[in-house]
Design a protein around this ligand. Structure first.
Ligand SMILES: C[S@@+](CC[C@H](N)C(=O)[O-])C[C@H]1O[C@@H](n2cnc3c(N)ncnc32)[C@H](O)[C@@H]1O
Length: 232
């Protein structure tokens, strides 16, 4: 099943360049645009993965490493991986203790079956072919290992969905103009969220990529969903 991304099919190198340009202010812009909710979402990801000391965890599309920090704090060995050199450089400067790796989610630079768990926060939507990305994540996961995908999704209460769509398409680009170094990229963000599959749609795609026992739960009334699964 293809993910329909009408008008959003940026070439991978343009996506990488786009993130290079927002890297400096990425963390602060995120917190402003999510109205401080992003910290809560990140904590929920770590709780669901439930990292044990000594486990090896891949955080794909980790950007500056914001999504990786809570794993390191829990005692896991986390590898933040991203293909935007700009994001990696800012990340390395802010968090020199993390072992950042440059790599494309479509063709990961890791051997088969090496991670106890894999995760991706707000990145799967940006990968050119998300099903290939999910299959790559599965390839590098040990048998019995787990995945958590944290991604924007579809609000479960219809009237709220209408208000939220207005926020995405109008308010978000306007706020981004004030706080981001590249407001255009936040227009892309709003459009990419609206054209992303809903909770059930993403679960189907994860199963297509080979993941088993796929399920999800919603955060913030479905603005974000956490999908989890296992490699059997
Ligand atoms: C919105 S940021 C998320 C960063 C971080 N995970 C977080 O939660 O703050 C999305 C990231 O996905 C990365 N990305 C997009 N496509 C990628 C790919 N094919 N391989 C690796 N990283 C990718 C971008 O460079 C960007 O840093």
């Amino acid at each position: 099943m293809q993910v329909s991304r009408a008008g959003l099919d940026k070439e991978p190198r343009d996506v990488a360049k786009m993130f290079d340009t927002v890297a400096e202010k990425y963390d602060v812009t995120n917190t402003v645009l999510s109205m401080g909710q992003d910290r809560r979402w990140r904590k929920a990801v770590v709780k669901l993965i439930d990292p044990k000391p000594g486990e090896r965890i891949l955080d794909l599309a980790a950007g500056t490493g914001t999504s990786s920090v809570p794993f390191a704090e829990a005692g896991a060995t986390v590898v933040p991986c991203d293909f935007s050199i700009g994001m990696l450089e800012v990340g390395k400067e802010m968090r020199p203790e993390l072992p950042f790796a440059a790599g494309d989610g479509m063709k990961l630079p890791f051997a088969d079956n090496v991670f106890d768990a894999v995760t991706i926060s707000f990145g799967l939507r940006n990968i050119h072919d998300p099903i290939t990305g999910l299959a790559e994540l599965r390839r590098v996961t040990k048998p019995g290992g787990r995945i958590v995908v944290c991604e924007f999704s579809t609000p479960t209460w219809r009237p709220f969905d209408v208000v939220y769509s207005n926020y995405l398409m109008r308010a978000l680009p306007a706020v981004a103009k004030k706080v981001s170094s590249n407001p255009e990229s936040y227009v892309y963000l709003a459009e990419s969220i609206r054209s992303w599959p809903d909770q059930r749609g993403l679960a189907i795609r994860m199963a297509e990529a080979g993941w088993g026992k796929v399920d999800w739960h919603n955060l913030s009334a479905g603005i974000v969903a956490l999908h989890y699964a296992e490699k059997s």
